[in-house]
Design a protein around this ligand. Structure first.
Ligand code: C6P
Length: 422
């Protein structure tokens, strides 16, 4: 990565080793061993680890507060309802949504995109309409739209990227036509790390009357998200990637848009009146939360957001950008190693190949040294096809990772090279 002005400023503010050590103490799992070696967890892009603040909050909820919500007159139900709705307020504050009801709890980013595709897409798209994607999308932002292609006869249009892994924004803009009904793209690529210029792209799409769904699954752990400043129409993210529990995520949508969308799933809590002669539905957010939701997950996610606020987004970005620059420089020293994704703006992850070595072998050997990375296509098969590959090895960093862990990664990779290639 070529450090830009913003990165240079961040690197100057790098947290002290004592601060990083204190952060690490917050994550009990970082103290364990794997294969007899201290765990070095570099698979944060797949799922991040959980701080005590989240673990304790979940434990307290189940030990003292649990009941079903929105349904009971008893104290526990009211307390659980209060905690769940307070969690929604926290999420809204964290994303800077105008109102809490614009934040729908889902199982994760995947379900949130499927909700928009099924509900909004089903009601607003017809044969011949186009949805504009990019080649760097995760399968979660491809397949739900392909399902509409089959169901409704819509067309997917795919914007290209450069060899550096940057979206060709001018090409993307040229692909917006009168037939384009939606642009959906990732804020940050899970395979390349590329951060897309989301705010500018959203403004360009809006200027042509096209709404935008922003996939924040990979950006939300690394930067301050402000949905009102971005002006996105929908924003999706997954709690488990943001130091929160699994099985919880958020669909943010502008109230006017969400309010006009038909329900996604039917069931309890999303209805107003049910009769065999017809059913009426509640407003936001209940209309999109059919059935008993992941109450503990929502409460745990709010605890994760509070925890991240206590660390501070500037400190997180400074540490992660330092790790990214350091790891990039170190990896480039390894003979035969190619980094895929060399955008000027990246989140802290690096995809790479080493000549003569299969990513799965690299991943398995790293694991023997206690180092967890992801290998394979990372759910972006069309992207790797663009590069003539089937996948890579990916190291993805969180603010609790250290330069020493990157040194251990480099030592292990050099050892693997010598072992396999002599
Ligand atoms: N990427 C990765 O290792 P879920 O699975 O619903 O929490 O998130 C889906 C998703 C959507 N968009 C992007 C950009 C993503 O990176 C992901 C999840 C993980 O890269 C698991 S495949």
């Amino acid at each position: 990565m070529i450090p830009n002005k913003q990165t240079e400023t961040l690197l100057a503010d790098r947290p002290s080793p004592e601060t990083i050590a204190a952060w690490r103490q917050d994550f009990p799992i970082l103290g364990r061993e794997v294969n007899g070696k201290p765990l070095i967890y570099l698979d944060n892009g797949a799922s991040s680890q959980k701080p005590r603040a989240v673990i304790n909050r979940l434990e307290h909820y189940y030990a003292h507060e649990h009941a079903n919500i929105h349904r009971g007159v008893h104290v526990l139900s009211q307390e659980a309802t209060g905690a769940y709705e307070a969690a929604r307020e926290t999420v809204a504050r964290y994303l800077n949504a105008a109102e809490a009801r614009e934040c729908i709890f889902t199982r994760g980013a995947t379900e949130a995109i499927n909700l928009v595709a099924s509900s909004w897409g089903g009601a607003n798209l017809q044969a011949g309409d186009e949805v504009l994607l990019t080649v760097m999308e995760h399968h979660a932002n491809i397949v739900p739209w392909q399902m509409l292609e089959t169901r409704l006869g819509i067309k997917l249009v795919v914007a290209p990227i450069s060899d550096e892994g940057e979206l060709l924004v001018e090409e993307w803009e040229k692909l917006i036509s009168p037939r384009t009904k939606l642009a959906a793209f990732c804020h940050a690529s899970n395979s390349l790390g590329t951060v897309n210029p989301a705010k500018a792209m959203i403004a360009k799409a809006h200027a042509k009357g096209v709404p935008v769904l922003l996939d924040g699954a990979q950006s939300s752990a690394h930067m301050k998200i402000d949905v009102r400043d971005l002006d996105c129409d929908w924003f999706v993210c997954s709690g488990h990637k943001i130091f929160g529990p699994t099985g919880i995520g958020v669909l943010y949508g502008k109230a006017a848009l969400l309010g006009a969308m038909p329900p996604y799933q039917g069931g309890g809590d999303m209805i107003d009146v049910v009769s065999f002669s017809g059913t009426t539905f509640r407003g936001l957010p209940e209309r999109f939360e059919a059935g008993t939701p992941n109450i503990a997950g929502a409460i745990g996610l709010a605890a994760a957001f509070d925890y991240l606020d206590s660390i501070g987004h500037e400190a997180i970005a400074a540490q992660e950008q330092d790790l990214l620059a350091y790891a990039t420089a170190q990896l480039q020293q390894i003979e035969g190693l190619t980094i895929y994704g060399r955008a000027a703006e990246k989140v802290s992850l690096i995809s790479f190949m080493i000549d003569g070595l299969h990513p799965n072998d690299i991943g398995t050997m790293l694991d023997m040294d206690g180092i967890a990375v992801r290998t394979g296509h990372h759910c972006t098969m069309p992207l790797w096809e663009r590069f003539g590959l089937t996948g890579t090895t990916r190291a993805s960093f969180a603010f609790y990772n250290t330069r020493e862990e990157i040194d251990a990664l480099i030592t292990s990779l050099n050892k693997i090279r010598r072992l396999f290639l002599g």
